[in-house]
Design a protein. Sequence first.
Length: 452
Amino acid sequence: MDASLILQMTLATIGAVVLYTFIGFVPGTDETSVLMPVTLAIVLAGVQPIVVLTFFIAAIITLNLMNAIPTALVGLPGGVMSTPMIEHALYLKDRGLAATSIKKMATGSIIGTAIAVPVSLLLANVLAPFSESVKEYAPLLFVFGAIFLALIGKNKILALMSIIPLALLFQGLRYLYWGIGAVPQDKSVTTSFFLGITIGPLIVSLLGLLNKQARDQLPRHEQKDIILDTTEEKGALRHPLRTISKKEAATSGIVSLLSNFLFFLSPVGLTILFGEAVSNKEKDPEKKASMAITSMSALSHATYLSGIIIPLIALGIPLSPVAVGPANALFNAPPVLTIDHNLHHILSTNEFIFAIIFAAVIASVITYFIAVKYARKMTAFVLKRIPHEAILGLFISFILLLAYLDAGFINIFGVLLVGIVCGTLNKMGVNYGVQFMILYAAPWLATHLLLN
């Protein structure tokens, strides 16, 4: 590997860290909506595949940690993955331990990354010989994945009832586009539908503001003052493992290891499932909260990394919620990458290993330093200087542009329809994981179940 390529990988890693450090501090941004469009743009720009992979690995490590910082400091979730931590982070914040919780989150992220990278690479090599068999049954795995995620969620019956109607919506729009010639018969619109699911709750909330009667009934609040904790804890940079107990470290390592074997399931679902399970064993409220945020931070990194590394190296098809969503551009970004010719087919095993370890090490070191040293200052800067509405508006416009590029002008309204339906279901209790799985199960459901 020549020096110029390593330089490009280094710049891509640093660029991802810088970009997603600031985005991660903005409350309310969804991981898919901020990762997927940027990654797609980089792929379509013709950047070297190994550099694209390096950028993406660095981006998810940075974003997952930085999303947790606003949660610890001001009780606002940076993204979907940090939502499960809110209750526990607020408990620690109320006791003046916000700085400590940030350090625990940062250390948890290091543990999750350190476990996930080698284990995922090992599992990918074990599964690689069976890739053709797995591909053959991949559509069924998506169907079973949707059913399984529906059954482990809180609104089981509603989630199960939504599977067939949503499948009809997705596949119906595809047949409409094929029928009127908006897209060729050999192209399946997926990326923009996925982004429509992602921005669904936001679209529903924004459109709700157009209803004057509903708008007038909205509660009014005084301007809220956000107070940042000023306590400090020295020595974390030199001794990161001293910020957590041996039990927290061991538990975080175990749950991170187990989550790798369930890479095809929802990262949020696994984070909640394992995180709450291990923290509920603690009787002391403070120890319970500390265990929860440490293990959940480790899980958010482990689930995301395994969800991209294993499908990308072993299978070459997006067979996990992470691969289906944020990392979809690594599998399918026509005309540069397609399902039959993507990073799985382009990069060698050694190139995958080098790029993943290279990005993981550099991004982890930099983000840990930033989180421990500058988290409070950066949170204050983002909350004061970067309007939340501007970030959301930027990504909504980006998604509408991608919808147009995916299937023309009609697809803007198609994505709007997907957003309204999926956003409404999301607010009713059907989570993202179920909806994403239905999107990819829709072709099999339409051709093998509904037509027979």
